[in-house]
Design a protein around this ligand. Sequence first.
Ligand code: F6R
Length: 610
Amino acid sequence: MCGIVGHVGSEQAAPILLDGLRRLEYRGYDSAGVAIHSGGDIKLVRAVGKLKNLQAALEAAPVAGTVGIGHTRWATHGRPSEVNAHPHVAGPVAVVHNGIIENHLALRARLEQGGAKIVSDTDTEIVAHLVHEKVRQGADIESAVRLALGEMHGAYAIAVLSKNEPDRIIVAKSSSPLVLGIGEGAAYCGSDIPALLPYTRDMIFLEDGDMAVLTREGARITRVDGTKVDRPIKHIDWSPVMAEKAGYKHFMLKEIHEQPRAIEDTLRGRLDRENGDVHGHEIGLTEADAKAIRRIYLLACGTSHHAAMTGRYYLESIAKIPTTIELASEFRGRDPIIGEGDLVIAVSQSGETLDTLMAAREAKEKGAKVLAIANVIGSAIPRMADAAFYTHAGPEIGVASTKCFTTQLANLLMLSIWLGKRRGAVSDAQGRELVEGLAKLPVQMREVVLGTRQLVANLARRYRDARDVLFLGRGLSFPMALEGALKLKEISYVHAEGYAAGEMKHGPIALIDSAVPVIVLLPKDRWYDRTFSNLQEAKAREGQVIAIATEGDAAAHGVSQDVIEIPEVLEALTPFLTVLPLQLYSYYVADFKGTDVDQPRNLAKTVTVE
Ligand code: F6R
């Protein structure tokens, strides 16, 4: 996990590094540090806890200098402490690192035998000592990093300074993300785009096995073996404001409200309203690919897995393709029978989730075609995939995913329409109905967010001390019930369960009593009558029933304590609306409880460990 950042230029490095780290704090926040060339030396400042502690340390003892590296940590090796915080220093060398060096124990033993004094529990300090060893043997810093990389196995994005060469930063990556930014007389590196956005929009995405020398003149990129490579500069059109809170108390609340815009951006240029179709040029599959698919496997984790579960309904009921859904972490190591003719769709907001990346890679090695649905351009999963169909949600900073989730639904639905049309499963009339329905969604989503938030906030206030909360739904509402429960658990630390409503009577119904809020997703769809019966069963056990129902549903009002209304839409589109009050509910409960909404305990935005 962890976030790294680096700057070489003519501006003071400390504020730029701190600002970059603030934008990367979602990747980890148990300690942070910077190393800056200053007065012929490298000055190191580190602090345990949130970034504000590092900021206070730098305010108390400012460090002048224009070249530096920084790090915000999510502990993997060694507990959160100042000695384990990055940067790590050995002799003239300072290193920040995101990833895991798999052979660090063997390297540590060898280096210690050679007299290295290793003071932390981290694998990163081993990298610093390894590079130092090469410098001591006479290598310049670029060659020293190159030689050290040759001895390391595992995942890394690193940035390295040497006291002896104060005009440069050496960076390298394998499996962990690293973006370079090219400015006027300045170069930057960072774990992702928002860290660099205020300074430049011209970015270079390194490939695994690349390294680069950053100087005021720009970036010189080579492979670790020394071969020169050209990586194109990409202009990123996210504005820095898109990465700010824009007046909302938390990023999560802002991102919930941004969903209509995110859906609009994700649909833009892709709907063919005239033909009731989807323009396929951004999907990356050919018509022949579409026709040849035998089976689809959806792979994802967490919230993206809930989007993928919804995607299975779309792919089966609209495109009529047999579809299997898998938790990426469970897919690997059980010898799945998969190969040519199978399409794997890897769904990942960050495009960096290691379980999803490794599962998709395994499927590709077995002969399946891989299509990535991701939000972060140039991230690892789309890069390894045969094709990438991006969501355009913009940067998502809150650790709890909201706008990326609904844009994933949009991509999965568009993909299903496109495949269904190519395979003769979707008629022009059905295509038109779905495409028209999608086009109306931004307005309807705005209506739901603005129209329900007060009621939802009141309910959250009323039930904020409930110990358990149940979410029930069938069919397309089942993944939303799971998502509602996950959101509540992760940001408010309240125990919550999402159930397929029909499963209640097989056990979980025993949990219900008058202290338990039961949130029932009850849109007008083919499952309505059966879900309605389950709602009544919950009410009969004195559960506090809250229904999310279609406008004007008098029956729902008749039996529920409270009803949150959504407009009537096509069945396939109900998840886009029912999930919104659930996101708001978890947000308000967390806010009333005073938890750290955007950076909940124990979590990180991008999970690059297995
Ligand atoms: C929950 C959440 C996580 C992610 C999961 C996968 O709100 O955000 O469950 O969905 O870690 O992440 P991505 O989508 O980046 O692969």
